[in-house]
Design a protein around this ligand. Structure first.
Ligand code: HEC
Length: 100
């Protein structure tokens, strides 16, 4: 029992929230791999028009994170939360430019 408790305590830091900022380089690779197809079919090119259109749906970082999570879930991409953060960091740096 005591051992289990120690193991639990040892793992605890890993379950604490990680640094909020993701890695945009990794995010870019993830987006290129999993997210271009539909957006490109709708907006042409690499599909990034969906992020920069004047009537875009996302207006702040929170909405961006929610939308990335939704598209991740909808498309069975299977990203972990840290990968979602990387994607949010990339999309924000490249297209949305919201303040952190
Ligand atoms: C199955 C098709 C499909 C795939 C694959 C897809 N999306 Fe989307 N995405 C959409 C649709 C549809 C919309 C909403 C368009 C609308 O309502 O105008 C959207 C919108 C978005 C928006 C909001 C754009 C805005 O208006 O500001 C973001 C961000 C986004 N997707 C991220 C992603 C990410 C990240 C992935 C990769 C996991 C992804 N999408 C994969 C279909 C897709």
């Amino acid at each position: 029992m005591r051992r289990l408790l120690l193991l639990f305590l040892a793992l605890l830091p890993m379950s604490a929230p990680a640094a909020p900022a993701g890695n945009p380089k990794i995010g870019q690779q993830l987006v290129e791999k999993s997210c271009i197809k539909c957006h490109a079919a709708m907006y042409g090119g690499n599909g990034s028009g969906i992020y920069t259109r004047s009537n875009r749906m996302v207006h702040n970082l929170k909405q961006l994170a929610a939308r990335v999570a939704l598209c991740n879930a909808n498309t069975n991409t299977g990203w972990f939360p840290d990968e979602e953060r990387d994607v949010v960091a990339f999309l924000n740096q490249q297209y949305y430019h919201f303040k952190q």
